[in-house]
Design a protein around this ligand. Structure first.
Ligand SMILES: *Cc1c(COP(=O)(O)O)cnc(C)c1O
Length: 359
């Protein structure tokens, strides 16, 4: 078995694998409706919201695209805060749907500048939305969402957050932070395989959505919300994943999300320190911008590509390389899995051995 230290997907704990190996129930039954209503209630606890959370059978990007299709119409003006590879994705999706896109683009490894957002809002009274990545998985930066929510609160600007790798490992308070749409996916903090995406909408977002003509067929939020009221999905859901989601959420909620978040923070700080001791440099300079979903490092004297290859070949340990122009320059180690201290020690030990061989 490969041990995944990648920033999603990660290894699935055995008790969840057991659930995934069970035979399925039919989705147009009372049993399924009970199951679906149960997981929606639990997802609301994770999101810290009173709003229903939509469950779709798509990867995370499906929910990102749905947030654009359902909440905006062409030529509406939106701001995309682009702090890396996944911020760029919202620039691409909003452009494809012909929104009028203003982009604030930041150097990889940095967060956004709040004054520039304030200025953009001030200079664009017709602004209809702000898109921002919570945890930027290409760099490890965790962007402050709360501060942006303070700016969009009480305006008709919708705050749309890609929290695909953010939620669970990093604090996210959907209602308190005035978020209007937050998307996530099963294969990041939820300890599941890929295949389900989640989206939560504020009543402000639902009102806006209801003003627009139905846009989109499969990715139609309105249909999901209407069907979920009676414990149904509009189309055939990934039943096995919904069954496993129940077990995963029971596990996460029993531990408490706030406990997991603070535990992951400790794990992140400890891993950072140990990697520094091995001569790695932390990619994010400013400590307050570092998220708890992954640790991103570089090394001046080590061939990163080679190190990643050898860890996989000789130790069955998979870590991730950089993205875009940092492809062979950065190592990304995910903290999304259900790791114990000995797992981190095994990883660090393997890295140390292979570094010795490369040198
Ligand atoms: C993983 C990830 C995505 C993409 O999700 P897919 O499930 O691959 O479609 C988008 N944004 C962020 C921040 C991610 O970490």
């Amino acid at each position: 078995m490969k041990k995944l230290f990648t920033p999603g997907p990660t290894n699935i704990p055995n008790f969840i694998l057991d659930e995934l190996s069970k035979n399925i129930i039919h989705h147009r039954t009372e049993d399924y409706s009970i199951l679906l209503k149960n997981v929606i209630e639990k997802l609301k606890e994770v999101y810290k919201t009173d709003q229903d959370v939509i469950i779709m059978t798509t990867s995370g990007t499906g929910a990102m695209e749905a947030s654009v299709i359902n909440l905006f119409k062409s030529r509406e003006k939106v701001l995309v805060i682009n702090t890396g590879f996944f911020g760029e994705r919202y620039t691409q999706i909003t452009n494809i749907y012909n929104l009028e896109v203003i982009e604030l683009k930041y150097q990889w490894g940095r967060s956004y500048n709040l004054n520039e957002i304030k200025e953009t809002i001030r200079n664009n009274p017709d602004l209809k939305g702000i898109f921002v990545t919570h945890n930027e998985t290409s760099t490890g930066v965790c962007n402050n969402i709360k501060d942006i929510g303070e700016l969009t609160k009480g305006t008709n600007i919708l705050l749309v957050v890609d929290s695909i790798s953010g939620i669970v490992n990093n604090e996210l308070l959907f209602d308190d932070w005035n978020i209007d749409c937050a998307v996530s996916a099963s294969q990041k903090g939820f300890l599941l395989p890929p295949g389900l995406s989640f989206a939560c909408l504020s009543s402000k977002a639902i009102n806006k959505m209801n003003e627009l003509e139905n846009r989109g067929y499969y990715l139609n939020f309105k249909k999901y919300l209407q069907n979920q009221e009676i414990g149904q999905n509009p189309y055939t859901p990934a039943v096995s994943l919904v069954m496993a989601l129940k077990v995963a959420l029971e596990y996460l909620l029993e531990k408490e999300i706030s406990y997991i978040t603070s535990k992951k923070r400790e794990e992140r700080i400890s891993l950072e320190r140990k990697l520094q001791e091995l001569g790695f440099n932390l990619f994010i300079e400013d400590e307050k911008n570092r998220g708890n979903s992954l640790v991103v490092v570089s090394h001046e004297n080590i061939d990163i590509e080679q190190l990643i290859k050898l860890l996989d070949r000789d130790f069955d340990i998979t870590i991730a390389n950089g993205q875009g122009k940092y492809k062979n320059k950065l190592i990304r180690i995910g903290l999304l899995g259900d790791y114990k201290d000995e797992d981190y020690n095994e990883l660090l030990n393997a890295i140390q051995i292979k570094m010795g061989e490369i040198k």
